[in-house]
Design a protein around this ligand. Sequence first.
Ligand code: 13P
Ligand code: SF4
Length: 326
Amino acid sequence: MNRNDCLGTARETLMDEIRRLKKEKGAVVLAHYYTEGDVQELADIIGDSLALARKAAELGPEISTVVMCGVHFMGETVKVLCPGKTVLMPDLAAGCSLADSCPADDFKAFIEAHPGHTVISYVNTSLEVKALSDVLVTSGNARKVVDSFPADEKIIFGPDRNLGAYINSVTGRSMVLWDGACHVHERFSAEGIKALKDAHPDAPVLVHPECKRPVVLLGDKVGSTAALLDFARNSEACEFIVATESGILHEMRKACPDKSFIPAPPSAGEGGEGAPACGCNDCTYMKLNTLKALRDCLRDSAPEITVDPVQAEGALRSINRMLALS
Ligand code: 13P
Ligand code: SF4
């Protein structure tokens, strides 16, 4: 057996084991579109942050164990929405550079420096920041939630400066923005996308709003991962340039086998502190959800997400307000 055959067999064995353990434990596996393709294939539910939060809120009492293949704040959101269930994650080290860019103490001081402002935060935040917020948004409902407030409402938006600037631009508001960002989405290169567009002039550019303004301005469609996927499904175009994390390409190619999806290039050196030196457009945190980690997590029923009850209560209020508005 050559090395590739050997790796293929190991992968199949792991996948079979995961299917068996899922059944044995009666566990429901949720996976974000940014996880690796094999993990998405094994999941019971895949989606963007909004869909995963909605689905978690709908899980019935017959489900006692949920495995969240995503990043830590997503596991916390599931636990807050399903306090009576055991919520597991393949790797608790799967953090988020955007959530990390907004420490709760600093955010609290920022809020205090802007009295009279409504606080709207992206779900990519810690539980403490969620509890400090009046309402949350995802990239899938940010515009709708912001639009639900009067035009003259004074608003603080955190932590993503790019999503906040995009929402300001499409709503004509002047929300005060927290200066945070995602290291993956900030790495896409506008120059590289323009060069790709020259080579593929008919390919619409699909952009996640966490990208920087020059990249957003090149977007034929700007939206959450689910919105970009829907656009690709419904478009007559044959090829697309995709400026978001590479995991989404798996579902795009599966949903549209006759279309081609070209990953937008990152620029070397962009992305700031914490950006991996690989020059790829992968979220290293999402990729910690390996098949092996998922197998071990199901087998050992660990690691488990736990939340502080007081923070969870505050976060639940702002999560529920978002779900009611979206
Ligand atoms: P969505 O799932 O809202 O598209 O967000 C992308 C993201 O960066 C998740 O961390
Ligand atoms: Fe966080 Fe960016 Fe990874 Fe999304 S892609 S989980 S925002 S680091």
